[in-house]
Design a protein around this ligand. Structure first.
Ligand code: OAD
Length: 243
């Protein structure tokens, strides 16, 4: 089936849907100029994200990890939501029940107006104290290295879920509830390699949802999809809402 007829089918499913869940990954922000994690441009000084986004890396060398986050903060601070983020934000009004689950920490979904969302990997503009666990917003670019807690003087860390750490219970519960009640689940711009998010499509599928994958490439989750739209998120996601 070509993209045209698949698109028609997906639009029909969406127009009949009461409950829609969207899962997004770095691919949706790639169209705003934010590098993906596993693409060729995802490297920083020859480090891979997997080597820096860990509690062990932070314990070993917090300065290095903060330098990496400063690089990402500087980069993200200049980026704006693209039409795919905007179309996802518009979906909140369109469907009776809607939930967005994003793995992205860049805050671009919020900037586009999304409010019904779980940022399951955290947010790069939030920090928290490694001592007293106080959480606060910090938009400084660059952030002072090493940043210290204004309350207790402890070392601040990014409020980001690192490899080897668990997601917040509340995010997991909200996501599971949304996935299980979805008529349609859209999976946009994620490589489907990092769990638990990589298993979210299967949860929705098991509960009877119609699964749509939007990605430049095929992924380990593609075989799960009832419909696959191959291309850029910024081109394809807005088309889903057209009559
Ligand atoms: P990846 O970098 O692993 O994958 C990005 C996906 O987006 C790939 O499948 C690309 O084919 C696709 N893609 C790239 N450009 C696209 C575009 N313009 N339109 C549509 N698709 C496009 O990113 P994630 O799957 O989000 O964790 O990675 C998952 C997690 O791993 C991240 O949240 C991050 C990382 O370590 C944390 O920060 C904790």
């Amino acid at each position: 089936m070509g993209t045209g007829s698949t698109l028609g089918l997906v639009r029909d499913k969406l127009s009949a849907a009461q409950s829609v869940t969207v899962l997004t990954g770095a691919g949706i922000s790639a169209d705003s100029g934010v590098p993906t994690f596993r693409g060729a441009d995802g490297l920083w000084r020859n480090f891979r994200a997997e080597d820096l986004a860990t509690p062990e890396a932070f314990a070993r060398d917090p300065r290095l990890v903060w330098e990496w986050y400063n690089w990402r903060r500087e980069l993200i601070a200049t980026k704006r939501p693209n039409p795919a983020h905007e179309a996802v934000a518009a979906m909140e009004q369109r469907f009776k029940r809607f939930w967005l689950i994003t793995q992205n920490v860049d805050g671009l979904h919020r900037d586009a107006g999304s409010r019904q969302l779980s940022e399951i990997h955290g947010n790069i503009w939030m920090v928290r104290c490694t001592q007293c666990r106080k959480m606060l917003e910090n938009r400084a670019v660059p952030i002072t290295i090493l940043p210290l807690c204004p309350s207790c003087g402890g070392l601040l860390r990014p409020h980001i879920v690192w490899f080897g750490e668990s997601l917040e219970e509340e995010d997991l519960e909200r996501s599971a509830a949304a996935l299980q009640r979805s008529d349609v689940c859209l999976i946009v711009g994620t490589s489907g390699l990092v769990y638990p998010a990589a298993g979210f499509g299967a949860i929705a599928k098991q509960a009877g949802a119609y699964i749509v994958e939007i990605n430049l490439d095929s992924t380990p989750q593609s075989s799960l999809a009832d419909a696959t739209l191959q291309g850029r998120a910024r081109d394809l996601v807005p088309l889903l809402l057209e009559p």
